[in-house]
Design a protein around this ligand. Structure first.
Ligand SMILES: CC(=O)SCCNC(=O)CCNC(=O)[C@H](O)C(C)(C)COP(=O)(O)OP(=O)(O)OC[C@H]1O[C@@H](n2cnc3c(N)ncnc32)[C@H](O)[C@@H]1OP(=O)(O)O
Length: 386
């Protein structure tokens, strides 16, 4: 397979874009990406596109992307894989370039959660991302679903609700310098612990907000990379993992097997291990999910995640910073765009251009989980060609 590089990356701000639908957000993200291609991008060079989109009700997604971004003469594929959609779109596009089928492709992710135009966005979203026969009718909306896992995790591990609050404090702090982040203010552990309960053990600051936004990446083959930049970021590994959907069939609530499977596949493809990751964007839809994911990604031993957050290991300045963008918690979470935006952040980190720069970052990992816990996608990026 050929090597694949990211040569351009851009995104809209995440947050509430009242009055703007994906018809407006998509071209904004694609133009922002094109502006970051060092040697310029002729739009006619783009040979195919993958579009990650999950919740929007603005109409036929691939047609809207083709229409609004002038991509009418190329194949455009919609990717929908619950909240793992963004990194799964990156994975599919990577294979298409690595295989030799295309040299220059676009990956776009977008979602419009805050304002629904046509039908019930939330109902559509629920129908696409969970078991609708048992779990959802019994009340397992996303926060309740992850709360079952994290409650069990807190019961079995030394981690406490204070450690959940520390994750929220860290990610809010990280978002401060990020102009694209939705919630740019600091909070304290006390504020997090005393905030209104959403569903035990989650309070308000344990939850990602609902967000609108779009993000875009340009992927090219090693054969043409020099046309676009002299400082590419290489896609070194991609992986996808699945698990059972229904909760009564999950054997162990304190781990997410899809993340273990997806990260193993991505590490194997990259020929590296978790110890080689300098910076990561981890799917912190709820604070405890970030902690469990430290273990599933191999950053911490089983039930040892609390030590990383307690000792500042995953803060900027620590040995393995996680979510320097602010994460889903404070940067925001438009599901289809989230994984693509994680790669936008890591592209900037690996080129030394991030708003909240991790010094000397060379290799990075992006992680999504969804469905609600039945699918994960992982992407490994590096400034080193490998
Ligand atoms: C696999 C996965 O990724 S699953 C994850 C899928 N995503 C989700 O489930 C989203 C979870 N979050 C939510 O549903 C909502 O943010 C909730 C339930 C936590 C809060 O919703 P609401 O109480 O309706 O908040 P609402 O939108 O009315 O906003 C009220 C205020 O709270 C703030 N707010 C809302 N959510 C959050 C949050 N998560 N953290 C901090 N502040 C928040 C808003 O900015 C607003 O502030 P303002 O009054 O200063 O403008």
């Amino acid at each position: 397979m050929r090597r694949v590089a990211v040569v351009g990356a851009g995104m809209t701000a995440f947050g509430e874009h009242f009055g703007l639908g994906i018809k407006e957000l998509l071209p904004m993200a694609v133009s922002e990406m094109a502006a970051h291609v060092d040697k310029g991008l002729n739009r006619d060079d783009i040979q195919a596109a993958w579009f990650g989109e999950l919740t929007t009700s603005d109409g036929f997604p691939t047609g809207i992307l083709a229409d609004t971004c002038g991509l009418l003469d190329i194949p455009v594929t919609r990717v929908e894989n619950a909240c793992a959609t963004g990194n799964d779109a990156v994975r599919n596009a990577t294979y298409a370039v690595a295989s030799g089928a295309f040299d220059v492709v676009l990956v776009v992710g977008a979602d419009k959660v805050r304002e629904s135009s046509a039908r019930s966005t939330f109902w559509e979203w629920a129908g696409l991302t969970r078991d609708m026969a048992w779990d959802y009718p019994l009340g397992l909306v996303a926060p309740a679903n992850f709360a079952l896992h994290v409650a069990r995790y807190l019961h079995e591990s030394p981690a406490t609700k204070e450690h959940l609050a520390m994750v929220a404090v860290k990610n809010h702090k990280h978002a401060l310098p990020n102009p694209k982040a939705q919630l740019r203010y600091e909070i304290t552990v006390e504020q997090a612990l005393n905030a209104p309960v959403v569903v035990a053990p989650f309070n308000l600051y344990d939850c990602t907000p609902q967000s609108d936004g779009a993000a875009a990446l340009l992927l090219v083959s090693e054969d043409v990379v020099e046309r676009y930049t002299d400082r590419p970021v290489w896609v070194r590994g991609v992986g996808l993992g699945l698990d059972r959907v229904m909760h009564q069939h999950k054997k162990d609530m304190t781990t997410f097997p899809p993340t273990v499977k997806a990260s193993k596949a991505a590490y194997a493809m990259a020929g590296i291990g978790p110890e080689d990751i300098d910076v990561a964007e981890v799917h912190d839809c709820f604070t405890g999910v970030e902690l469990i994911s430290y273990e599933d990604l191999g950053f911490a031993e089983k039930f040892g995640a609390y030590k990383l957050i307690e000792n500042g290991v995953t803060s900027i300045g620590g040995a393995k910073p996680v979510n320097p963008s602010g994460g889903l918690k404070a940067k925001g979470h438009p599901p289809g765009a989230t994984g693509v935006a994680q790669c936008v952040e890591l592209f900037e980190q690996l080129r030394g251009e991030a708003a909240n720069q991790v010094d000397g970052a060379r290799t990075a990992l992006a992680h999504n989980i969804g469905g609600p816990t039945a699918v994960s996608a992982v992407t490994i990026l590096s400034s080193q060609r490998g």
